[in-house]
Ligand binder design. Structure first.
Ligand code: 13P
Length: 265
């Protein structure tokens, strides 16, 4: 199934920085302040910072009054109660988050999160008016076995199980091939486009053309200022989820600029 492209213009370029387990409170405040300052004049993109939990409050205060939004890196699926060490959607809303990353491959691979958990987390985010940034992507072994698209479909189907159409329309999808994360080896623009186009087609088949054409699909995995333009030029790449290069304001803001240059209005 092909996706009609006339709605592509409605997709706002979207760049999120996933700081992972980096930055003390003082470092996070400094980085957020630098990004806010240098991105001040940039229009036409949604920018989201995802610091560690410990820095969310201070980063929220630092970006207040700017158009930059706050995201968390994880969420627990229950609303509250005796769940030692976990953070609920309502607590994330309380600290100022609008977004939350769900299903990052580091949580799948290292912590052992499965599709069942990820589905519950997606629903918990939506229930708490948080917009999920749902990560999916194949391992190197899966790619080498020709299972890339099969794996993407399985992850998408499972994560969106019993999520209604209206809620699916709020989800940002991030295609992050595991072999490209933190390795310096990014997917080629053609590899990214193939995966993104496939995801959009799956959304069209299940939820209709309109939803698919408006869906924001990010690429993540060794995005740098040097490769941002060529990736952004692909039709179905609407933005980036940036790890390492988001830890430095110069490289992160350059990536935002490149994205706006290619896809901005
Ligand atoms: P890198 O940009 O460091 O490869 O990380 C990507 C990522 O995992 C973003 O969520």
């Amino acid at each position: 199934m092909e996706v009609k492209e006339e709605k592509a213009g409605l997709r706002v370029p979207f760049i999120a920085g996933n700081w992972k387990m980096n930055k003390t409170i003082a470092e996070a405040k400094k980085l957020a302040a630098e990004i806010t300052k240098s991105a001040f004049n940039l229009e036409g993109a949604e920018i989201v910072l995802c610091p560690p939990f410990t820095a969310l409050y201070e980063v929220a205060k630092t970006i207040e009054g700017s158009s930059i939004q706050l995201g968390a890196q994880d969420i627990f699926w229950e609303n509250g109660g005796a769940f030692t060490g976990e953070i609920s959607g309502s607590l994330l809303r309380d600290v100022g988050c609008q977004y939350v990353i769900v299903g990052h491959s580091e949580r799948r691979q290292i912590i052992g999160e499965n599709d069942w958990i990820i589905n519950r987390k997606v629903k918990a985010a939506l229930r708490n008016q948080l917009l999920p940034i749902l990560c999916l992507g194949e391992t190197l072994e899966e790619r080498q076995k020709g299972l890339t698209l099969t794996r993407i479909k399985a992850q998408l189907d499972e994560a969106l199980k019993d999520v209604n159409q209206d809620d699916v329309s709020k989800i940002i999808i991030a295609y992050e091939p595991v072999w490209a994360i933190g390795t310096g080896v990014n997917a080629t623009p053609a590899q990214a486009q193939e995966a993104h186009h496939y995801i959009r087609m799956l959304l069209a088949e299940k939820y209709g053309q309109e939803l698919a054409a408006c869906a924001i699909i990010l690429y993540g995995g060794s995005v740098k200022p040097e490769n941002a333009s060529s990736l952004a030029k692909e039709a179905d790449v609407d933005g980036f989820l940036v790890g390492g290069a988001s830890l430095d304001h110069v490289s992160f803001v350059k990536i935002i600029e490149k994205m706006i240059e290619v896809k901005g209005k």
